[in-house]
Design a protein. Structure first.
Length: 104
């Protein structure tokens, strides 16, 4: 049988043409999450929390540097609360201690 006389039955057995490769999935552009940051009243803490907004404009692989910087700053702010006052600084006043001895 020649190619000129091939009928529809012969064309059914031919393999279909290959599909074009699908385009690679492009990740979405960075976008703000829209999380509201409420001021705490502590300038050092507010500054670090505002720094979280920098991650809104970075791809995901850049978030880690921002988060580590913010974490380090917040940890330092908490550590500073535990530091004893130096000479000339007033010591924090202790609050009332709970009384556990309620004998009458």
């Amino acid at each position: 049988m020649s190619d000129e006389t091939a009928g529809p039955a012969d064309q059914e057995h031919a393999s279909p043409p290959p599909e074009p490769p699908s385009p690679a999935h492009a990740p979405a552009a960075p976008a703000p999450l829209g999380v509201e940051r409420v001021p705490t009243g502590d300038p050092a803490v507010d500054e670090k929390l505002a720094r979280l907004g920098d991650a809104d404009h970075l791809p995901a692989d850049g978030h880690l540097d921002v988060y580590e910087d913010v974490h380090r700053g917040l940890r330092d702010a908490l550590t500073a609360l535990d530091v004893r006052p130096g000479p000339g600084q007033a010591a924090p006043r202790p609050g009332p201690s709970p009384s556990y001895d309620h004998r009458s």
